[in-house]
Design a protein around this ligand. Structure first.
Ligand SMILES: O=C(O)c1cc(=O)[nH]c(=O)n1[C@@H]1O[C@H](COP(=O)(O)O)[C@@H](O)[C@H]1O
Length: 280
């Protein structure tokens, strides 16, 4: 695989050319209603198509939240499959937010679902949980490298409940999250320009209080509806802020269904991120 084909290279290039932003596609029932749509498969399809058409040719990363599609069973998954293919065709990287985590043998099936090139849900990257043990992720980590894809591993999540688990002290006195971050750094060692293993670290944390030097991307959800702003990023991420992929879902989606409104919101967030990172 050439350097250009690695996930790290593709992500870096997308962020440099399109701006440092991930927009989440989270079709909440309340958003469907606010857009004048019904909370049914037709509404889901219209919402998703509008968002992809408005943003896939300009934002670096689109992150569909699988749960909102799974709600509708197989017909919802069909909408998701189409959205992934169309977003990728328009040049966006697709990060499937599925937060999968299971024993290794089952993780192998998830890896095939999202990271094998001939799968109907093939995406550029997927979110996973390491809290069944980092080693349980091995099939996804290996499949990602084979396919030139990325894996975003939950480390310090944006929700307040996460700390109970993630900040607990593990063997050797490190926090459990730090143990996971250290595994990620080991996976990414030597990769240029960035490794394929990303960490998820909430922008809401105030100060991450962890060593985020993993030589990989740092997905930062929590901007917008959960209260964080791009200006918070330098404080949370310190020197690692240049590897941050800030993520906004409702903060952009609430500006729909008008495509111009969605685009303007995404551009505004990307501009604010650029300013915050430049000033850092
Ligand atoms: O992995 C994620 O994307 C994620 C991790 C995390 O720590 N917190 C978090 O909010 N998310 C996801 O990011 C999105 C946040 O949506 P908004 O709060 O509407 O911007 C949701 O799809 C969450 O599932």
């Amino acid at each position: 695989m050439t350097l250009q084909e690695t996930f790290g290279a593709r992500l870096r290039q997308a962020m440099d050319t399109r701006g440092p932003l991930c927009v989440g596609i989270d079709p909440h029932p309340s958003l469907l209603t606010a857009w004048g749509l019904n909370d049914d498969v037709a509404g889901l399809e219209r919402f998703t198509r509008t968002t992809v058409e408005a943003l896939a040719d300009r934002v670096a990363v689109l992150k569909p939240q699988s749960a909102f599609f799974e709600r509708f069973g197989s017909r919802g998954i069909a909408v998701l499959e189409k959205a992934v293919a169309e977003a990728r065709a328009a040049g966006a990287l697709v990060l499937m937010d599925a937060k999968r985590g299971d024993i290794g043998s089952t993780m192998g099936a998830y890896a095939e679902t999202y990271l094998r090139k001939d799968s109907p849900l093939f995406s550029d990257a997927v979110t996973v949980s390491p809290y069944l043990g980092f080693g349980s992720l091995r099939p996804a980590l290996d499949q990602a490298v084979l396919s030139g894809c990325g894996v975003f591993v939950l480390a310090l999540t944006s929700n307040p409940e996460g700390a109970e688990v993630q900040r607990s002290t593990a063997a050797g006195g490190r926090s459990l999250a730090q143990v996971m971050l250290d595994h990620m750094a080991a996976e990414n060692a030597g990769a240029q320009p960035l490794g394929a293993v990303g960490a998820v670290v909430g922008a809401t944390l105030g100060d991450a209080g962890a060593d985020l030097d993993i030589n990989g991307p740092l997905l930062a959800p929590g901007i917008g509806a959960q209260g964080a702003t791009p200006a918070d990023l330098p404080r949370v991420f310190g020197a690692a802020v240049r590897n941050v992929v800030p993520s906004v879902s409702r903060g952009v989606l609430k500006e729909g269904p008008d495509a111009a409104g969605l685009r303007a919101a995404a551009e505004r967030f990307a501009d604010e991120v650029r300013a915050a990172v430049t000033d850092a």
